[in-house]
Design a protein around this ligand. Sequence first.
Ligand SMILES: [Zn+2]
Length: 303
Amino acid sequence: MSGPLHTIALDLGGTDLKVARVTRDGALLDFACVPSRAAESAQALLGTLVGAARERLPAAALGIGCPGVIEPASGALVDETPHLALPKDFALAAQLAGELGVAVAADNDANCAAYGEHFAGAARGARVSVTITVGTGIGCGIVVDGRVLRGAWGGAGEISHMGQRSSGPRCKCGVEGCAETTSGGEGLTHRAQAAGLAVGSARDVFDRAAGGDAIARRLIAEMTDALGHQIAAVVQVVNPDVLVIGGGVAQAGDTLRVPVVAALHRYAQHSHTARLRVVPAELGNKAGVVGAGLMAWERVEVR
Ligand SMILES: [Zn+2]
């Protein structure tokens, strides 16, 4: 078969759009990061996506990772997605395919990152991998025997909004005691601000803790305990052999990883954790485009 030797990959976030051309083995031929204009309007957002992709045509196919729940068969968004100015149930894959004239694979951004790490990153060689992305919220992607576990309509692995406490604050998603309010970066920042710390991000809280601030240290201890508890639930259900931890907040390194792993061992059974390899993500902010590009190749091969 002859044809273009790359797919186009888009990794859409609330602030940035990452774009790359991806080879069959997951190597990037280029990489760029531009403002996504995701919250501005549907027109601005779609214009950004189509513009970034069109510059890289011709291509074998296009893959896009997007926040929210993506219906696996159609590539449409399910319901509305916070921070994206797109209508409810927007037909994302069909719209892009129509505008660009290429086959489009659309999936949740955390699923794309997990797929990238599974085949070209920290979880290479795993049979069952779980990739946790600790950022504003908590992303989770599950790959079983080489396939992303998507669930019936794309919602599998959405642990950010898993009810975790029987009495907790109601999250903006509507779930009571939602995990994200305790374990995500945004939740940590809000809790620190409520405790009187002048911080603007999770990184600020980690910096304060490194400087010896007792309140910051306590809040990070609570956050890492909650995150370990949340990951333990996934480990008990899925039984992975590799657990990848990445995302912006995970750049705190051992300050995050050590207490999270300790909590994981407290809250999950020895049978599930004894042989589990917990590793830092390898692909950094490129995991999403690597995964989306590889998913696009998969789309080419099933046609
Ligand atoms: Zn929630």
